[in-house]
Design a protein around this ligand. Sequence first.
Ligand code: TYD
Ligand code: MG
Length: 461
Amino acid sequence: MPKPSIAYRCEACGAEAPRWIGRCPDCGAWNTLTEVARLSRTHSGRTGADAHPRTQSAELININEVEGDREERHATGLGELDRVLGGGFVPGSVVLVGGDPGIGKSTLLLQAGAFLARNEPVIYVSGEESPLQVASRSRRLGLDCHHLSLIAETHLETIIPLIQKAHPRMVVIDSIQTVYSDRVESAPGSVTQLRESTAALVRLAKTTGAALFIIGHVTKEGAIAGPRVLEHLVDTVLYFENDLGSRYRIVRSVKNRYGAANEAGIFLMTENGLREIRNPSAIFLSSRLEGVSGSAVTVTREGSRPMLVEVQALVDDAQSMPPRRITVGTDPPRLSLLLAIFNRHSGQSVAGRDVFVNVVGGLRISETAVDLPVLLAVWSNLLDRPLPQDLVAFGEVGLSGEIRPVFGGEERLRESMKHGFKKALVPRGNVARQGLEGAGDLCVVSRLDECLKAIENWLTG
Ligand code: TYD
Ligand code: MG
């Protein structure tokens, strides 16, 4: 055995120092360094419960001689979750599921675990809720959890042997903030505890082949550590998001060793748990009114999937000075910039007016493709002229009023045509070389004033 040595780790940011110092050299916090035992420098990250020194020497392997098929995948019964995982989960992989408290992480993983537990052993480690709470939730959701076992325990060194003995296909740790290891002196939820426990659980997954889903609450900065400090330890990182109390939930992959990152799955939180939304375009447009001004439809991309959404604007006489520019679902500083471009290049002005913008369904659009629809919605509400009901628009708007191309133009158009949108404003740079014939009534635009003229023509023509 290598000799244990002592290191010091900051409770606030996780930085390490070889000796105790009063102030963390990385984050500057005072008195946050605590002692951690480690086996040796060369085995860093292997200091947890079942760490063992390497005794054999490694050998070279030619990449072409590595045998085995593509990774085996298992479905979770939730197509949207499988999609973000890259087509189901891989045995022995470790997935971190982060999100605000109450967003639905436990519900999601209980549903996925129950699906698998119809045929294979699954373990749900609950450090937050009692077995009765978990069981009654599962009954209320009508889940058939035939082979699902619960461990109501937070002590890591007790949890690990139970899992090793049961040979589960999938393990859920709910949540990593409640788990603590004897090997570390600091409190559960501290950076040091999170890291040591996660590192030990990662080794457990790799040695047993069980897929591990680790739940981590995103916490307000400072108090306790959030899942961010664990991202580099795991194979896949999913974040569960929603905006403004909407019932829609988006699960995004921000890192995935077994699939594309930035993939997104969409769910609705219902009385009976999470329901997947396979056709988000239809859902997000379902409550759209006809013939109202201030509404524009755009195609945004969530991961690899194009999705239709409605952008609304309300322009009102300013109640105070300076006028308010408020947006929900798009980038706030960008709204001021877009309105300045609007004033300069549209022939209209919102000076002295309050402007409110909202993306319907509680979605958040961070790409610049939403620039053009935002300005069209503003134009429409300012003049009280409804846009054509079957018009879709996307494009970045530059400071000179130019319309710039966005990624994935053709897919966006295909998605809009699929949902019955016949008219589209398409940035010039997005038109493919072979043209876009047969795709409906397309107007290729390169400037904001051209877009407004095209709309006039559609409305009067
Ligand atoms: P939960 O999965 O416990 O969240 P997390 O584990 O991320 O903290 O979900 C909690 C919320 O979801 C709670 O406010 C109640 C709501 N909920 C429903 O609306 N329907 C349901 O079927 C379930 C199980 C929960
Ligand atoms: Mg929970």
